[in-house]
Design a protein around this ligand. Structure first.
Ligand code: NAD
Length: 431
């Protein structure tokens, strides 16, 4: 028996399972959410991914019909049939608190069903030390087996970007380290099935855990720096992106783009996972804290800019109508987790403004979500383009007869030609 079981079928676990299945491996995909598992059996998922012209739903159908992917909500069934167990259940954060019990419960369920000879490979993003200090004791306690003797344990961080998952599972360099040499070798072989060339072997799991967190947090710091730079350039009426482009011509400088904030789980959570450890060690981690603060404050700064611009034309946020085109947490994403555009919306509402928004990638019913651009921009005083969704048609010319006169376009992504916007009668602002 040489099957694979993947625990957690979210943005990482589902495409990862299907990637193994596409490589001819039989994969038991386990998720606690029974309703979702039933949908998967009907080839339906909320996840948007594509590979070589095929949608994830087509790949799902194909691999299920071939018997290579078996979705189930039974850990028992999945683990009975597999000797390589990959965990992709994450640690969500609610109001700043790590929901460790969700991850720990998943590990417990693995421990209860663990067999001699099994490999457990953790791919979730976790606080430093989790594999050795949390996962290992839970597995040993629940299974009554001994790590490194009866079963094997390794950590390999996940680096994919949503929307590119299938491609990046196979091409993105991936780091791995086991609790012992045999665990490392087994995990290496498992990764190698889908990633042929790019596996980095580290000396211990903690190296890979911390490397993953600092990869994300370094982006938080870099973006915070660009956002701070934008506050300066905006005040001086200098083109921020041009400044960054010029600075980046230096061969050892790579500034990221500023924006309306940093969203999603990956980047914001990473620093919080680091603080989970460093707080206990009483380490201040000042740079990471400041970066978080700067990026968290960004929607507020954007609203302050809009407030000043509105004031210049005799308006105020209160009584103004805002149209937000693109609500996801980043470009071309369906995900609204920690979305800065959502935070901006909340701040506008708190200030007494009115908001309508449109995002064809974001599914579900929301009170202020509209079904078309036309409905959204109707009578707007301000149009906010915070992220880029390729399926939102950016045509200021078509909006000009719908919005209020002298409406402002706030363009965080350079989607609109400045001159064309002005020609269409808009006040054009950008980052
Ligand atoms: N989404 C990304 O692009 C990305 C990229 C790199 C790393 N990561 C990391 O990968 C991990 C997974 O992220 P995700 O975006 O796939 O999360 P997700 O929330 O989309 O999926 C997690 C899944 O786990 C399931 N689950 C929860 N408890 C379970 C249990 N006890 N048993 C079985 N299933 C259970 C949930 O129902 C859900 O479907 C996280 O640690 C995240 O930080 C995510």
């Amino acid at each position: 028996m040489k099957n694979i079981a993947v625990l957690g079928l979210g943005f990482v676990g589902l495409p990862l399972s299907l990637t193994y299945a596409m490589h001819g491996e039989k994969v038991y995909g386990i998720d606690i959410n029974s309703k979702y598992v039933e949908n998967l059996k009907k080839y339906k998922t909320h996840i948007i991914e594509k590979y070589k012209g095929e949608t994830i739903e087509e790949i799902l159908e194909d691999t299920i019909k071939k018997g290579l992917f078996v979705p189930t909500n039974s850990v028992k069934e999945g683990l009975k049939n597999a000797d390589k167990i990959i965990v992709t259940v994450g640690i969500p954060i609610t109001n700043g608190t790590l929901q460790k019990e969700i991850f720990n419960a998943a590990i417990k369920s693995v421990g209860k069903n663990l067999k001699k000879g099994d490999l457990v490979l953790i791919r979730s993003t976790v606080p430093p030390g989790t594999t050795r200090e949390v996962v290992l004791p839970i597995l040993e306690k629940e299974s009554k087996l001994k790590c490194s003797k009866d079963f094997y344990l390794a950590y390999s961080s996940e680096r994919i970007a949503e929307g590119k998952a299938f491609e990046e599972f196979q091409t993105m360099p991936v780091a791995v380290a086991g609790i012992d040499k045999k665990s490392t070798n087994k995990a290496y072989k498992l990764l190698k099935i889908i990633n042929k060339e790019n596996i980095i072997v580290a000396t211990e799991p903690e190296v890979v855990e911390i490397a993953k967190l600092i990869e994300n947090s370094s982006r938080d710091v870099n973006i915070a720096l660009s956002n701070e730079l934008a506050s300066l350039t905006e005040k001086m009426d200098i083109d921020t992106v041009e400044v960054i482009n010029v600075a980046n011509t230096h061969k050892r400088v790579h500034l990221l783009k500023p924006g309306i904030g940093v969203g999603g789980h990956c980047i914001p959570y990473s620093s919080l996972y680091i603080f989970d450890k460093t707080d206990k060690m009483k380490l201040p981690m000042e740079i990471l804290h400041t970066a978080r603060e700067v990026n968290q404050q960004r929607p507020r700064n954007i609203l302050n800019c809009l407030e000043s611009a509105l004031k210049k034309i005799g308006k105020e946020v209160e009584h103004s109508k805002f149209a937000i085109l693109g609500m996801a947490m980043k470009d071309n994403s369906p995900d609204i987790s920690e979305s800065p555009a959502m935070r901006l919306k909340e701040l506008i509402l708190q200030s007494g403004g009115e908001v309508n928004w449109f995002d064809p990638n974001v599914t579900g019913n929301f009170p202020l979500k509209r079904n078309s651009i036309q409905e959204t921009v109707k009578d707007a005083d301000v149009i906010i383009l915070g992220i880029k969704q390729d399926n939102i048609e950016i045509e200021p010319n078509k909006w000009k007869n719908l919005t209020k006169k002298n409406a402002i376009i706030f363009d965080a992504r350079r989607l609109v030609d400045k001159e064309k916007a002005k020609k269409s009668g808009f006040i054009y602002m950008r980052i």
